[in-house]
Write a new protein. Structure first.
Lengths: 339, 228, 294
């Protein structure tokens, strides 16, 4: 049975994607409200972070609830290299990403020997322990007081923009697209298939010659690298970080919940989830006014959603949607392989 | 020519002796049937062979190379494929992707799916298959990577008669091309059709060994396993 | 004070403190061992109990030791309720779901505490909070001694409860083999709820005791539950004697590091030890690596 030529009719998709992109980049032309741009921006950030998490949590099936660790490392590296040695945050981002990946690989040796829920526990513990260490090491990290860079006038070199949100918006959007493409390329490649095999059944995967430990390491290194860059971005966007804003369990949950809601293990799921959740969070924050109440409501809602759909938080509509894209993409990726 | 040489293999679980000083030789191109009642140690043996368990004593040689301590994926890379008693397919991956994880050859993958008459479901999630179809998928996945040795745990259990026929034909066809088989089965018809030599295992001990026809008519086999 | 005496003093302090760690850890291992569910909110129940004790003291002048008697049944009920409403529905659900429920609970509890009572540090001041007994050159803090005695009593009580009473035996049975226990007439669901209740009740007692010596603030639970995890990891899941002993060991380590390091870093060695344990016992910190189920 031959795959038919017409399967390669993806031009409509390309048109749609280009239009979508144009619109997204064009949004700042129409919307001038900083507030709305912020909402978009944060949605992109969490879509990005969630996608990055999805590589280890969704594709490879290793549920990390301590991803804030990488986020925080990225944020602090960017901030500290800037403050202590005057390095441009762009380099700080990169160094933070590499450091994060290195730490991920080092931790992988003990952590990936743990099965299922024990791995989950360990990731949480690592993140919380790190938060406590960062709080305690006041001299090095500023402790609870936090860190902030010197204020420069708008500059790409210094990665600071005060007059307008638009540069941040564009940077985050580009990062998101890069992450999306990375995620997509991974998923529909041999690397991705092997990751999924690890997720589905480690023993069966091993029986096919797949070194499950190696693939877990690859996945977490990539995820850590990307997440840290997200943290670095946040550091330059908010121009203030402390352990409670970049190294808290709340962030870990906020990173993974969109993926779980939108479709864990799918390419678009985390993005869809974030684009739904983040604006909803902001809406809550605005209507409730009282700064902590909305966080409580968010937590309660999370628990309610989980209780309502314990066996498949992936919404059935989204699941069907992801199955459709799955089908189409498989035919395309397999067509691209040798015929 | 020996492909597998097992010497004095012993495995205990707490107080239970699963395998007792098992020694066995498997020649290249053989189709070995492994018989025995439940709890005889057959699956334990397969696990030890493939690296999921390490023996308390004894050694396993693959092509004269001692593979004790080799991880399952390392042994798999040496050419061993495995199927499991309860099919362990990748549920949330499509059938095609299941096979592609084994061998990156779409043509070959589709050919196998076609032979097992599940090619029309190539893009469905594997969890949507029936039990028998999943068994076939698992077998296809094990075979598509062109292994030297196939270790199959009840490969025909749950299959329809027609599909059983297809599976057996596949085994014989591949065997002609030089693939060695170790098959655990309870279905004597399959054993008789597919295996040229047999080993009867009971309570961790090798009781009978030899040509299939001899083993399954041996009094010890019949009394302990085949008859009531 | 010469070095030996100093060391002895630190060890004594550590052992006394360790009693409480054991108490928290025992509650943890009870829940964990039975339901295999990781309760990320365990430390937050500790925090809640500390606040309860604080407010009972501040508003009604109730001594923390009296609060102990009140918090145990209350938090038992709270734990029971939490199990039936939140944990039971997700017992068979995938790990991520279970993690999200207890994580969500933890976050809600912490943020609620902060909203209701602010992040300010609170303190319960009782006269015996600062009292010291002299034993030669050694000083024994009365508060720590009381904590130690109460903790040990409860640990012993739990041990006897598990071994000697019907409910305790039922709990052990369900932990071993739920199905079989059920065929013998044990209501496994109820046992789970009771177990969770007891575990939470115990950690609440620990909280009430600790409020004598420690500041109360919304995030106090995390530090101590991490320490409790270390204790369980060291002692071995389900190994109550081991957990008890590990509590003392951890207490001593903390005591020594608290003296020689900056006080803000006193918990760091233990926490780093947690990661080291992961390295040294790669077969899984909480149970022996089970035979791969093939």
């Amino acid at each position: 049975m031959k795959l038919k030529q017409k399967d390669l009719s993806y031009y409509p998709s390309i048109v749609v994607i280009t239009l979508g992109l144009g619109l997204l980049f064009g949004v700042p032309l129409f919307i001038t409200s900083d507030f709305i741009l912020d909402v978009f921006l944060m949605s992109f950030l969490f879509a990005y972070l969630s996608s990055a998490w999805n590589i280890i949590g969704g594709f490879t099936g290793q549920i990390s609830v301590g991803h804030t660790f990488f986020y925080g490392i990225g944020a602090y590296t960017t901030m500290l290299t800037n403050l202590r040695i005057g390095l441009s945050p762009w380099f700080g981002l990169l160094i933070g990403g590499l450091l994060s990946a290195f730490l991920a690989l080092t931790l992988g040796y003990p952590l990936f020997r743990l099965r299922g829920r024990y791995y989950v526990l360990a990731t949480w513990a690592v993140a919380e322990i790190s938060r406590l260490i960062f709080l305690a090491a006041k001299e090095q990290t500023g402790g609870a007081m936090g860190l902030w860079p010197p204020v420069y006038p708008d500059s790409w070199w210094h990665f600071q923009f005060h007059a307008s949100r638009v540069p941040y918006y564009n940077i985050m959007l580009i990062l998101l697209l890069a992450c999306l493409v990375t995620s997509w390329k991974i998923r529909y490649s041999r690397l991705g298939r092997n990751m999924l095999a690890v997720r589905e059944d480690e023993d069966a995967a091993e029986s096919l010659g797949i070194n499950t430990f190696r693939y877990k390491q690859i996945a977490i290194a990539i995820s850590a690298f990307l997440t840290a860059i997200g943290g670095g971005f946040y550091a330059q966007y908010s121009l203030f970080i402390d352990p409670d804003t970049v190294m808290s369990t709340q962030i870990s949950v906020d990173i993974l919940f969109p993926a779980v809601l939108g479709g864990i293990g799918t390419v678009y799921g985390p993005i869809v989830g974030a684009l739904l959740l983040v604006p909803a969070y902001w809406f809550l924050r605005v209507t409730l006014g009282y700064s902590n109440l909305h966080v409580i409501i968010r937590g309660v809602l999370l628990m309610l959603i989980v209780l309502l759909m314990p066996f498949g938080i992936v919404g059935s509509i989204l699941d069907r949607f992801s199955k459709w894209t799955q089908k189409e993409m498989i035919r395309w990726s397999s067509f691209r392989s040798k015929i | 020519m020996e492909l597998i040489q097992v010497e004095n293999l012993t495995k205990k679980f707490g107080g239970v002796v699963a395998l007792q000083s098992l020694s066995l030789k498997i020649e290249k191109g053989q189709r070995l049937g492994l018989l025995g009642p439940n709890g005889a140690g057959k699956t334990t043996f397969l696990d030890l062979l493939c690296g999921y368990l390490e023996p308390d004593n004894g050694s396993i040689l693959l092509d004269s190379v001692r593979v004790n301590g080799f991880k399952p994926y390392e042994r798999a890379r040496l050419g061993i494929s495995r199927t499991f008693q309860v099919p362990r397919i990748f549920k949330r991956m499509s059938l095609l992707e299941n096979l592609l994880t084994s061998a990156d050859d779409v043509r070959l993958a589709l050919d196998f799916l076609e032979k097992f008459e599940i090619e029309h479901l190539a893009d469905q999630y594997a969890e949507n298959l029936s039990g028998g179809q999943q068994k076939l998928l698992e077998l296809a996945r094990a075979l598509v990577r062109k292994p030297r040795l196939v270790v199959a745990d009840e490969p025909t259990a749950g299959l329809s008669p027609a599909m059983m026929q297809v599976a057996m034909e596949m085994i014989l066809e591949l065997n002609k091309k030089g693939v060695t088989f170790i098959i655990v089965e309870h279905n004597m018809a399959v054993i008789t059709a597919c295996c040229d030599v047999c080993v009867f295992l009971n309570q961790g001990v090798k009781v009978v060994e030899g040509e299939t026809s001899d083993v399954i008519t041996d009094r010890r086999t019949v009394e302990a396993y085949l008859a009531r | 004070m010469d070095h030996v005496a100093l060391l002895l003093q630190l060890v004594i302090n550590g052992v006394l403190m360790g009693g409480v760690y054991s108490l928290i850890a025992v509650g943890l291992t009870l829940i964990y061992g039975l339901m295999r569910i990781i309760n990320f909110a365990h430390g937050d129940f500790l925090m809640l109990s500390m606040y309860a004790t604080f407010w009972l003291h501040a508003l009604l002048n109730l001594d923390p030791l009296v609060s102990v008697l009140l918090v145990f049944p209350t938090f038992f009920g709270l734990g029971y309720f939490a199990q039936t409403s939140l944990i039971r529905p997700v017992l068979k659900a995938p790990t991520i779901t279970q993690a999200l429920i207890t994580l969500g609970l933890s976050l809600v509890m912490q943020t609620s505490a902060q909203t209701l009572w602010t992040a300010d540090y609170r303190r319960v001041s009782v006269h015996y909070g600062a009292e010291i007994a002299q034993l030669g050159i050694l000083r024994i803090e009365i508060a720590k001694l009381i904590m130690f005695v109460v903790s040990l009593t409860l640990c012993l009580g739990l041990y006897l409860f598990l071994k000697r009473t019907f409910v305790g035996t039922a709990m052990r049975a369900v932990a071993q083999d739920r199905e079989t226990a059920q065929t013998l007439g044990v209501d496994a669901d109820r046992i789970y709820a009771i177990t969770f209740g007891i575990g939470i009740g115990l950690v609440a007692v620990a909280g009430a005791l600790m409020s004598i010596l420690f500041y109360v603030y919304p995030y106090v639970g995390t530090t101590f539950v991490l320490i409790a995890f270390v204790v369980v990891a060291l002692g071995g899941l389900g190994n109550y004697v081991g957990t008890l002993l590990s509590g003392f060991i951890v207490g001593v380590v903390e005591s020594i590091s608290g003296y020689y390091l900056l006080s803000s870093l006193r918990y760091v060695p233990i926490l780093v030890t947690f990661i080291l344990i992961l390295l040294l016992r790669p077969e899984g910190i909480f149970e022996k690596r089970l035979r791969r189920t093939i």
